[in-house]
Structures are given as structure tokens and as C-alpha cells.
Ligand binder design. Structure first.
Ligand SMILES: Nc1ncnc2c1ncn2[C@@H]1O[C@H](COP(=O)(O)OP(=O)(O)OP(=O)(O)O)[C@@H](O)[C@H]1O
Ligand SMILES: [Mg+2]
Length: 256
């Protein structure tokens, strides 16, 4: 990796966030406080509004009501994008199909002419190495597996030395070993560059393995926020059912 950059993770506040699509209320008043440099995991059932929330956090969707503050400043303010480096790793990877993996990863630096081509090549190689994709630099996205696309998307987020990195299901489509590698990488980034991380995931091993704090979202509302231990002990049947959902191998089982 690069030598540690003098980086400081940002704080993130969400206040009363509401969003509907058509008649459907997806976010119904979300409040969150994410501290600088922490790994904040959001868990919740499919369709509960996690991806929609992440898109709001980076300004890709605008709320019907409520606000989002980065280091106390509204993300609606004009110069926020110039001031802070933020990246979203999309659930789908969202690579451009006409560019190679290397070009995708270096795209931001190339487009903004932030570095020389040789420097960009070096940074791209380094970040691909970090996510275990060094061999794929000249491949096209269509030639990658789902998990490889995901790792390329993480490498693309890392090239900007983000102060806030948002991951949407970073381990879906990954085998368990690769999932552990991604979890370690998330922890390593916290340690090395103090980036603030918001991780949306269904993956209980990942969530409890990396989180400083976990929020549980259900039907567009945050049900609880706490450390992994606090959340495990939280005495709410809905949360416990979500955290302990498992197959009913025993036909007599009445746990769900
Ligand atoms: N652009 C959109 N237009 C209309 N409806 C949308 C849009 N984006 C999301 N939705 C709806 O909002 C709800 C929440 O979607 P979201 O993608 O946030 O779920 P999620 O919690 O990320 O689920 P998953 O775990 O399956 O990824 C869904 O019912 C979805 O259909
Ligand atoms: Mg989603």
C-alpha cells in the first residue's frame, strides 16, 4: 500500500432522512451519527432501504426531508465535493464495460488529471494487488466473476485515498476466504488511513468481525445502534430473529 497518507476520517450525521418513490415510503426518518474513523455497519433485511440510504450519503439521491452533514457541513453545500474525498463501492460493482479493469480503477485519477500516466499505472497496480486482482489489470469487466468485479470496485474506491468510504454488500458473491480478505482490508484501512467506513451488509461474520458499531434498519427506520456486543444482547425479537436466522434442519424447530 501507499505510505500512510495524512488522512482523517470525517464524521457523518444523518438527521430525519425521508424518501419515497411513488407512493412507497422507503426511508421513514433515519437518524445516524457516525464518528470519525469508525467502522459503522448497517444491517437489515432486503428491501429495508440500505442501498437507498447509502446513495443519499454520497449525494446520488436527494431526500424528501432531513439532512446529511459531513464534519458538520451539509452535503448540499457547494464546495463539499472539493473538500472531502468520499467513495461508494456499489452493490453491483458498477464498472464501465468498455474499459479494462486497470482503466476502471484509474478512471478518476485519469479524468481529473491528478497524476502522470506512469504514476496512475503504479497506483492502479498497487490497489489491484491490495484486493488480490493484480493479474486482472488488462481484463475487461465481462471477463471477471462477480466477486472479482466487487474487488475491482473496492480498488477503484481506494485510489482517491478516501476520508469516507461506503460499501454496499462488499462480500456478496465472494467465497468465505475472499470475504475474510475484504473484511481484513476494511480493518486495515481504518488502521492505516483512519478512513470512516460505512458498511451495508447481510454478512453476519463480516458485520460482527469488523464493526465498531452496528445499526439495524427495518422498513426505513433504524431500530437500534450499538457495539456488536450490545446489539447481540439487545432484547428485541425482531432483531434477534434477524441476527440468528438459520435453516430449520430440525423439523421440530420452532425458533422462527
Ligand atoms: N430509484 C428507485 N425507484 C423506485 N423505487 C426504488 C428505487 N430505489 C429503491 N427503490 C425501492 O426502495 C426499496 C428499498 O430498496 P434498497 O435498494 O434500498 O433495498 P436494500 O435494503 O438495499 O435491499 P437489498 O438488501 O436487497 O440490497 C425497495 O422496495 C426498492 O424497490
Ligand atoms: Mg441493497
Amino acid at each position: 500500500m501507499n505510505p500512510p497518507v495524512n488522512n482523517t476520517g470525517v464524521s457523518l450525521q444523518v438527521r430525519g432522512l425521508r424518501k419515497s418513490f411513488g407512493g412507497q415510503e422507503v426511508l421513514r426518518g433515519v437518524d445516524l451519527d457516525v464518528r470519525p474513523g469508525e467502522i459503522f455497519v448497517i444491517m437489515g433485511p432486503s428491501g429495508s432501504g440500505k442501498s437507498v440510504l447509502l446513495k443519499h450519503l454520497i449525494g446520488l439521491e436527494s431526500p424528501d426531508a432531513g439532512e446529511i452533514l459531513i464534519n458538520g457541513e451539509s452535503i448540499e453545500s457547494a464546495d463539499i465535493a472539493a473538500k472531502y474525498r468520499m467513495a461508494l463501492v456499489f452493490q453491483s460493482g458498477a464498472l464501465l464495460n468498455s474499459l479494462t479493469v486497470g482503466e476502471n480503477v484509474g478512471l478518476y485519477l485519469t479524468e481529473h488529471r491528478l497524476k502522470s500516466p506512469a504514476e496512475i499505472e503504479r497506483i492502479v497496480a498497487e490497489q489491484l494487488e491490495t484486493v488480490g486482482l493484480a493479474e486482472a489489470v488488462n481484463k475487461m469487466p465481462a471477463e471477471l466473476s462477480g466477486g472479482m468485479k466487487k474487488r475491482a470496485a473496492i480498488a477503484r474506491a481506494l485510489v482517491i485515498d478516501p476520508q469516507l468510504i461506503l460499501y454496499d454488500e462488499p462480500t456478496s458473491e465472494l467465497d468465505p476466504l475472499s470475504a475474510v480478505v475484504i473484511g481484513d482490508e476494511i480493518l486495515e484501512l481504518k488502521r492505516k488511513i483512519h478512513v470512516t467506513s460505512v458498511v451495508v451488509s447481510h454478512d453476519r461474520d463480516l458485520a460482527f468481525g469488523v464493526a465498531d458499531r452496528i445499526a439495524i434498519i427495518h422498513e426505513g427506520r433504524i431500530l437500534t445502534v450499538g457495539t456488536p456486543d450490545e446489539v447481540k444482547r439487545f432484547n428485541d425479537p425482531l432483531i434477534q430473529r434477524f441476527l440468528h436466522a438459520d435453516f430449520k434442519r430440525d423439523p421440530q424447530s420452532k425458533t422462527l
